[in-house]
Design a protein around this ligand. Structure first.
Ligand code: AGP
Length: 591
């Protein structure tokens, strides 16, 4: 997820472009760039934040320009991989948000036709395609070029000597800002709110020609009458897309994140662990915090599907081991790719001759440099300290990874692929059940101690639910394997210590009901998280949060989203600073 902007008008474009870009840094901030057109094209870009670029960039002239702030997916953050990207003539330039799935084959073909590529990005094929088809009509050339492109894109095209911008979108957001003798293009509303509150929302397939005095939208090759909308949000509200906190926005992004992460892999069949040289007799997963809970879930899934012993280790604990026990495959998991404990563990493994793979959300992060191989989650930038969508993306990679090498029969895997594809809509059902969760949060917000209990594949979910509640609501919460409660924690049970019981329709169901009876017998109120239609649990628990029916192996997905919302609304009830809780950091770069 990157941020793109365009301006054409009577004012000098540079400061306007930089102002708009700064408002889009929540979409990506690892590198940025601008290009301005007068009779020629001037491009300035680097692996810095927008503020820094504003300071170091030279005076650039032009009343038309484009800009980009990046969240790298293909090619790590660097000056050459930053946008805008140009064609061979240096006259056509493009900024892009999205992913071109067939960029490698296009690149090969264009190279064969004499085009020279300078970056590692997927985007660079677009200006070269436009150059290939340009015969005096920029709009026509863009239209033809996009016929060759597979994937998602929002693009703005600028050409030296051309008094117009061409913008187009498919599966990536793009809006037009309407000004007085000037017009704007942007990935999202926050970018342009300082200049205008009049916008046009473009649809998939729209190709738009923008001059300082006109806007023409072609849909399916036909010019349409566009509709203007008036925006009443503040810039900050708009950055949160109208949600009160980034955390709630990021929780609601999960259906899309699941789709993006799966599409990124299942469709392109990108190579993963080159198992060839690593006999899959065992696996080590290591991480910290929420990523560790993904690792622990990965252990359960991998042991079930790969039928091999899997260790899930806390990276900080792994680093305290004197011996580095050998495992054929070691996988580190880290959203930021900068967590010191995880990086140290990765280095230790490499120093002792191990092959290390990393699952990370940040292209070009230190972890991706240390690792022998990197699998990127496609969660986009996660602003809220509490990890939510990044955890979901990690789960998707772990499901897909283990399914790709599973030892279970093909029909089971086929069923799971069907289940996997249904997850975005199942998660949406949980999000639509927010009111019920809000009720439970009002109840939970008055307690200072809470237990989460789960069994099997939902034990890590109990840990994650407790961590989310702890870190944003400041309630002391513990996650437990439900079978462990009677070995000590029972001593803490009373009317003031509610228990959140995760009840899945799998081989742990009966044992969970027994545990709930034991907890209730000791006076603790029980909030059960259970599948819709489960009458037995309605009778047993004090209150029930229902989740949609899914294949048991995917129950952690819907259960986690429900617990994220429960933590969010409980913290909101308690008036906590949800996005930036005390004493925590988004990336813990110290041991
Ligand atoms: C989770 O909400 C926290 N922000 C924290 O536990 C986090 O998961 C941990 O610091 C690991 O971060 P990483 O995934 O970036 O390595």
């Amino acid at each position: 997820m990157c941020g793109i902007v365009g301006y054409i008008g009577e004012r000098q474009a540079k400061s306007i472009l930089l102002g708009c870009l700064a408002k889009l840094e929540y979409r990506g901030y690892d590198s940025c760039g601008i290009a301005l057109a007068s009779s020629n094209l001037e491009v300035y870009k680097d692996a810095v934040r927008v503020g820094e670029l504003a300071k170091v960039s030279p005076q650039l002239d032009g009343r038309a320009g484009v800009g980009h702030t990046r969240w790298a997916t293909h090619g790590e953050p660097s000056q050459v991989n930053a946008h805008p990207h140009c064609d061979c003539t240096g006259k056509i330039t493009v900024v892009h948000n999205g992913i071109i799935n067939n960029f490698q084959s296009l690149r090969q073909k264009l190279t064969g036709e004499g085009h020279k590529f300078v970056s590692e990005t997927d985007t660079e094929v677009i200006p070269h395609l436009i150059e290939k088809y340009y015969q005096g009509n920029l709009e026509k050339a863009v239209e033809t070029a996009l016929l060759d492109v597979e994937g998602s894109y929002a693009i703005i095209v600028l050409m030296a000597g051309e008094p117009r911008l061409i913008a187009a979108r498919k599966d990536s957001p793009l809006i037009i800002g309407i000004g007085d003798r000037e017009n704007f293009v942007a990935s999202d509303v926050p970018a342009i709110l300082d200049y205008t509150d009049r916008v046009i929302y473009l649809e998939d397939g729209d190709i738009t020609v923008i001059t300082k005095g006109s806007i023409r939208v072609n849909r399916g090759g036909v010019e349409i009458d566009w509709k203007e909308h008036k925006i009443s949000w503040s810039v900050e509200d708009a950055q949160k897309a109208g949600y009160e906190h980034f955390m709630l926005k990021e929780i609601h992004e999960q259906p899309k994140v699941i789709r993006d992460t799966l599409v990124g892999y299942v469709s392109t069949a990108e190579p993963v662990i080159d198992i060839a040289d690593a006999s899959l007799e065992g696996m080590l997963l290591l991480a910290c915090g929420t990523s560790y809970h993904a690792a622990l879930l990965g252990k359960y899934i991998a042991e079930e599907l790969l039928r091999i012993p899997v260790r899930a280790e806390l990276a900080s604990e792994f680093n305290s081991y004197s011996q580095t026990l050998t495992t054929p495959v070691s996988i580190a998991i880290t959203q930021s790719g900068e967590t010191a404990d995880t990086l140290k563990a990765m280095k230790r493994l490499k120093e002792t001759g191990h092959k290390v793979l990393v699952i990370t959300n940040v292209v070009g992060s230190t972890a991706s440099r240390i690792a022998n191989q990197t699998i990127y989650t496609r969660a986009g930038p996660e602003i809220s300290v509490a990890a939510t969508k990044s955890f979901m993306a990690q789960l998707m990679v772990l499901y897909w990874l283990t399914m790709s090498y599973s030892k279970v029969d093909a029909t089971r895997v086929a069923d799971m692929i069907v289940g996997l594809r249904q997850l975005p809509s199942k998660v949406q059902q949980v999000l639509d059940n927010e009111d019920r969760i809000l009720e439970c949060a009002r109840y939970l917000s008055r307690y200072e101690n809470v237990f989460f209990a789960g069994r099997g594949i939902n034990f890590p979910v109990a840990l994650e639910g407790a961590l989310k509640l702890k870190e944003i609501s400041y309630i002391h919460a513990e996650g437990y394997a439900a079978g462990e409660l009677k070995h000590g924690p029972f001593a803490l049970l009373c009317a003031d210590t509610p228990v959140i019981a995760i009840v899945a329709q799998d081989n742990t169901y009966k044992a969970m009901l027994t545990n709930i009876r034991e907890v209730k017998a000791r006076g603790s109120p029980v909030i059960a998280l259970a599948e819709e239609g489960d009458e037995a649990i309605e009778e047993l628990a004090d209150s029930v949060i229902t989740v949609p029916r899914v294949d048991a192996i995917f129950s952690p997905v819907v259960n986690t989203v429900a617990l994220q919302l429960l933590a969010y609304y409980t913290a909101k009830q308690r008036g906590c600073p949800i996005d930036f809780p005390r004493n925590l950091a988004k990336s813990v770069t110290v041991e």
